[in-house]
Design a protein around this ligand. Structure first.
Ligand code: SER
Length: 593
C-alpha cells in the first residue's frame, strides 16, 4: 500500500479507467441545473441521471470523472475523522455497457494492482436480497474468484446495500468496498455496517437496474448500468495510514495555517482539534460554493442559506480558538491557490470568493459576541431546560444566528430549543412583512376575503392542471394577480392553448374541486420542501422556514397562503380568456362561479 498525494490518486484513477475504454468527462457544477429536487450535487451520478435512464451520452457508454460534491446532511458530524461537507468523488460508469463482473474486476485490479492494497485488507459487502431483488450471490462469487476470503464478504440488507438517486428514479443494489484498518472487532457482530472504525468505506459500486416509481415500485430499467463512487479524501487517508482526512495533503497546510493563527497545536485536545477541522472543512466548502461555475452567495434561502451557515459557523469556531475572524478569507485564498490547477473556476472567481467571505464574516462577527451574551443571559433565567422560540427567533432576526447555531450553542450548555415556537414566531413575522410587501406591490393577496382565498387555491389547481394537460412539468407561474372577481395567472408556454386544451384544463380543475380534497398547510425548512418536491414559486421572498400547501396528490407548493380549507368550497372554475402576455408567456383569466 503506497501513500499518495491527492493529485496522484486523481490521475491514477482517471488513467486506469481511460485504459479500460472510459472517456474522461469534466466535473459538473456543484449547483444542479434543472433539478429542483436537491440543493447540491451530492454524487458523481447526479448529473448523469438522464443517461442512466437511457438517454445517449455524447462521450459513449463508459465514463469516468472526478466530481465536486456537497453533502450537508451531516454537518454536525464534521470534525470527526472522515466526514466532510465538500468532497471529491472519483467515479466510473457503465451506461448499459458492462455490469457486475467487469465492474468488480476493475475495482479489484485498481485497488490491488495500481494502489497496492493487500487483498487481506479489503472487505466487501453485497446485497442480502429481499422481495424486490434477489440475494447477490453472483457479486459475492466474483469477489471470491478474485481471492477475497468468504469471511470478508458480508451480506447486508437494503438499508445498507441499496442506492437511490432520489425519491424516485434509477436505483439498485450495490457492493461496497472497505479497508480493514486492523483495529480489533468491537464484538461478535462487528461488520462493515458498524461504525466502530474497524472498517472504512472507500468505494461503492451500484448496480443500477431499477427505476423506483412514485408509488414505490421497482421497475426494471431499459438498460443495466454501473455507477461507482470512491471518496478521494478517505482513500488518500487510508493509503497513508493517517488518523483522519485532515492530515492528508488536501487539508494539512490549512490546518497548519489555522494553528499558526491561534498559536495552538492541532491534536492538543479534542475541542481544539474539532474546531480546527470544522473551520478547515467549512471554509473549503464555502470556497467551492462561491467559486462554482454557477456560484452562489450567502443569503437566507436555499443554497445561499447553507453557505451562510457554513461561514457563520466558521466565525464562531474561529473566535472560540481566539482567531480574528477577518482572517478566514486568508483560508479561502489558500484553498483557491491549492485547487486552482484542477478547478480553474476557483481561480477565475478568486476575488468574488475572498470578497464574499469577507463580507459575510464582517456582517456576522460584529453581532456574534452580543448574541452569545444574549443566549447566556436568557439561559440564566430560563425555567426548565428549553430556550423559548421567541428568543431563538430574536437571535436570528437581530443577531443573524441561524437556528441550527442557536441549537448547537444551547446543546453545548445542556439546553434544547423550542423549535415549534421558533417556527411560529418566524411565521408570525413573515405574515407581517408579507402583508407590508403585498400592500406595496398591490394585487397578489391584498384583499384576503373569502373569494380571493378560494381563487388563490384555484391558481394552484390551475398550475397543476396545466402541467398535466400540456404534458410537461416545465410550466411555472410567472405572475399572479387576484381580485375578488377573478384570477389572472401568467405562465411560460410558447403557443396559444387550443380549445380542447382549455376545456381539458377546466375539467381537471373542476375534477379536483369535485373530489373535495383537503388543503393542508405545513411549515418546514426550504430544504425539506425541496426534498418533498414542493413547487417554489417566489424563491427569494421566503425565509428559512416556509409554508407548504398540499392539495392531496394534485399539488404541493411553497406558498404564503391563505387558502381554502378544502377544494369543495371553490365552486365551478371557468376560463374566461387565454392570451399572450409577453414573449413566451401566456395569461389566463378565470373565475369561480
Ligand atoms: N452513487 C453512489 C454513491 O454516491 C456511487 O457513486 O455512493
Amino acid at each position: 500500500m503506497k501513500a499518495l498525494k491527492s493529485y496522484e490518486l486523481r490521475q491514477k484513477y482517471l488513467d486506469f479507467f481511460a485504459s479500460k475504454g472510459h472517456s474522461v468527462i469534466a466535473s459538473a457544477s456543484l449547483i444542479p441545473e434543472n433539478d429542483p429536487s436537491v440543493l447540491f450535487t451530492t454524487a458523481g451520478m447526479h448529473p448523469l441521471v438522464p443517461y442512466l435512464l437511457g438517454q445517449k451520452h455524447p462521450a459513449g457508454t463508459r465514463l469516468c470523472d472526478v466530481q465536486k460534491c456537497v453533502r450537508t446532511g451531516d454537518i454536525d458530524e464534521v470534525g470527526d475523522a472522515t466526514h466532510c461537507t465538500f468532497f471529491e468523488m472519483l467515479g466510473n460508469w457503465s451506461l448499459g455497457d458492462y455490469f457486475k463482473k467487469e465492474s468488480i474486476e476493475f475495482s479489484f485490479e485498481f485497488l490491488t494492482g495500481v494502489l497496492g492494497i493487500p487483498v487481506d485488507k479489503i472487505a466487501v459487502t453485497v446485497f442480502a436480497g429481499d422481495e424486490d431483488c434477489p440475494r447477490d450471490t453472483y457479486a459475492a462469487g466474483v469477489w471470491e474468484s478474485l481471492g477475497i476470503a468468504k469471511d470478508r464478504i458480508f451480506y447486508l440488507p437494503k438499508e445498507n446495500n441499496w442506492w437511490y438517486a432520489g425519491a424516485t428514479g434509477p436505483c439498485g443494489s450495490d457492493t461496497e468496498i472497505f479497508i480493514d484498518t486492523g483495529k480489533p472487532a468491537c464484538g461478535e457482530h462487528c461488520d462493515p455496517s458498524c461504525d466502530c472504525g474497524k472498517y472504512v468505506e472507500i468505494w461503492n459500486n451500484v448496480f443500477m437496474e431499477f427505476n423506483r416509481t412514485k408509488d414505490g415500485k421497482f421497475e426494471p430499467l431499459a438498460q443495466k448500468n454501473v455507477d461507482t463512487g470512491m471518496g478521494l479524501e478517505r482513500t488518500i487517508c487510508m493509503l497513508g495510514g493517517l488518523q483522519s482526512v485532515y492530515e492528508t495533503d488536501l487539508f494539512a497546510h490549512v490546518i497548519e495555517q489555522i494553528a499558526a493563527l491561534c498559536g495552538k497545536t492541532y491534536g492538543a485536545d479534542e475541542q481544539t482539534t474539532r474546531a480546527m477541522r470544522i473551520i478547515a472543512d467549512h471554509m473549503r466548502t464555502a470556497t467551492f460554493m462561491i467559486g462554482d461555475e454557477n456560484g452562489i452567495v450567502p443569503s437566507n434561502v436555499d443554497q445561499g442559506y447553507v453557505l451562510r451557515r457554513l461561514i457563520r459557523r466558521s466565525v464562531r469556531f474561529a473566535m472560540q480558538l481566539g482567531i480574528d475572524a477577518a482572517r478566514l478569507s486568508d483560508i479561502a485564498q489558500a484553498y483557491v491557490d491549492q485547487y486552482r490547477a484542477y478547478y480553474p473556476e476557483l481561480g477565475a472567481n478568486e476575488q468574488k470568493i475572498v470578497g464574499e467571505v469577507s463580507k459575510e464574516v464582517d456582517k456576522f462577527a460584529k453581532t456574534l459576541d452580543n448574541g452569545i451574551r444574549e443566549i447566556e443571559k436568557v439561559l440564566r433565567y430560563v425555567q426548565g431546560d428549553t430556550l423559548n422560540g421567541k428568543t431563538a427567533f430574536r437571535l436570528y432576526d437581530t443577531f443573524g444566528f441561524p437556528i441550527e447555531m442557536t441549537q448547537e450553542i444551547c446543546r453545548e450548555k445542556g439546553y434544547g430549543v423550542d423549535l415549534d415556537g421558533y417556527r411560529n414566531a418566524f411565521a408570525e413575522h413573515q405574515k407581517k412583512s408579507q402583508a407590508g410587501a403585498e400592500q406595496k406591490f398591490k394585487g397578489g393577496l391584498a384583499d384576503s376575503g373569502e373569494q380571493t382565498t378560494y381563487l388563490h387555491t384555484a391558481t394552484h389547481l390551475l398550475l397543476a392542471s396545466l402541467k398535466k394537460v400540456l404534458g410537461t412539468d416545465d410550466i411555472q407561474q410567472k405572475g399572479s394577480n387576484i381580485t375578488a372577481e377573478r384570477l389572472r395567472f401568467d405562465f411560460n408556454f410558447d403557443r396559444p392553448l387550443t380549445d380542447s386544451e382549455k376545456q381539458a384544463v377546466e375539467a381537471a380543475v373542476n375534477n379536483a374541486i369535485a373530489r373535495d380534497i383537503p388543503v393542508v398547510c405545513e411549515e418546514m425548512t426550504v430544504e425539506q420542501a425541496r426534498e418533498q418536491h414542493a413547487v417554489g414559486v417566489f424563491g427569494s421572498r421566503y425565509g428559512e422556514i416556509v409554508k407548504v400547501y398540499t392539495i392531496g396528490d394534485v399539488d404541493k407548493q411553497i406558498c404564503g397562503g391563505p387558502h381554502a380549507e378544502h377544494t369543495g368550497q371553490l365552486g365551478r372554475f371557468r376560463i374566461v380568456k387565454e392570451q399572450s402576455s409577453s414573449a413566451g408567456i401566456r395569461r389566463i383569466k378565470a373565475v369561480l362561479e
